[in-house]
Design a protein around this ligand. Structure first.
Ligand code: KG4
Ligand code: ZN
Length: 358
């Protein structure tokens, strides 16, 4: 049986004369609908992030609502990314999309959209692992080439997001090895849950960081999981410690000292992340460090990591730390793309590791 795409001519368009290869990236693994256009040299031409902003009422991301909104926003985000890049789909050479891990319904919207665009034009497609994307944010030219130099392997990369917290050893630009990961909650989850306890909106990280600016990080001593051996993280005890501290203080006093609670809680998360990053550099015998993931946008963490003073340090700009499609397109530069029609059977994966992440 012939499908719709089989009726189309093979893609050969002699009018495409642009010298620069342009990659369209699509990322829909959680609640942000993201599209970006980058060059294969790593220059970000556009990076559109359409935040759904509707999950606050529920205190977290509601998967079904996220999927529905991705459906509504995906085409507009892609059009916007193309327009901002001064490009049309005719200029795109390759499509990159997050395949997993994440919310499977949300991922499927991105994967189906990417497949449709790529297949209609006979373009190659690259399925990208979300965590590899966070690493690959460090390979983009931050300011269109004028900013910080991109990071060259080998280096240690601390990835801290809402769903993951891990230390990766990056020996090449297309894969990483996990050196250690969280035993329970992710760092972003700790931020979100702590923020919720303090009556802050979702996502909690940025809100807690803002509140903490008026507080004293030494006001309370929250656990930093120092006793957890090796390169593992643990944040579950921290969340419980905040809950007990709020109960101990009583409603009125806890309200009065909200900023102190936020500052001390944030301090404990930052200390643990920085401590493990330092341990990882030692264990890996490397002196080059990069970061990624939403929590890497945290000001005090960036400052603390900067103080570790490795021989080379790369902190991507904030908008390349939180979920975005430029990082997905960036990762797609370093792997063999799937030609049409090999990717038509591609599926999203909700959990687990990318086969490249040993
Ligand atoms: O990487 P990301 O955008 O999405 C996932 O892959 O999960 O990370 C989102 C997480 C959320 O938990 C959010 O609260 C946290 O990153 N986050 C922050 C900051 N900005 C985002 N945490 C602390 N400080 C921030 N400025
Ligand atoms: Zn992420």
């Amino acid at each position: 049986m012939r499908g719709y795409f089989d009726t189309m001519p093979p893609f050969v368009d002699p009018s495409r004369r642009h010298a620069m290869t342009l990659i369209l990236g699509i990322e829909t693994s959680c609640d942000d609908t993201c599209a970006a256009v980058i060059t294969d040299a790593g220059e970000v031409r556009s990076n559109v992030i359409s935040s759904q902003g509707i999950h606050d009422a529920y205190g977290g991301v509601v998967p079904e609502i996220a999927s529905r909104h991705h459906l509504e926003l995906a085409n507009a985000a892609i059009d916007d990314a193309l327009r901002r890049a001064g490009a049309t789909l005719d200029d795109i050479d390759r499509v990159a999309v997050t395949q997993g891990p994440g919310l499977v319904g949300a991922l499927l919207v991105g994967v189906a959209t990417a497949k449709a665009i790529a297949a209609a034009r006979r373009l190659a497609l690259v399925p990208v692992d979300h965590l590899q994307g966070h690493v690959a944010a460090n390979f983009l030219l931050d300011d269109g080439g004028g900013g910080q130099p991109t990071m060259d392997p080998p280096f240690v990369c601390l990835i801290a997001s809402g769903g993951h917290t891990l230390l990766a050893r990056v020996d090449d630009r297309s894969s990483f090895t996990v050196l250690g990961r969280t035993l329970d909650d992710a760092a972003g989850e700790a931020f979100d849950k702590g923020a919720r306890l303090l009556g802050l909106p979702f996502p909690g990280g940025p809100a807690l960081e803002r509140l903490a600016r008026d507080g004293d990080p030494e006001a309370f001593a929250f656990p930093t999981a120092r006793g957890v051996p090796g390169l593992s993280f643990s944040f579950a005890g921290l969340k419980t410690a905040l809950l007990y501290k709020v109960r101990e203080l009583g409603a009125e006093e806890a309200e009065r000292r909200r900023a102190d609670l936020a500052a001390a809680y944030q301090h404990a998360i930052v200390e643990q992340l920085a401590d493990r990053a330092e341990r990882a550099l030692d264990a890996a015998g490397l002196d080059r460090l990069a970061i990624g993931g939403g929590v890497a946008a945290n000001g005090p963490l960036r400052e603390r990591i900067g103080g570790l003073n490795p021989a080379a340090l790369h902190l991507p700009p904030l908008e390349l730390c939180t979920d975005n499609a430029a990082m997905i397109a960036s990762a797609a530069r370093f792997v063999e793309p799937l030609p049409y029609p090999a990717y038509l059977s591609l599926d999203a994966y909700a959990t687990g590791e990318h086969p490249l992440a040993a």
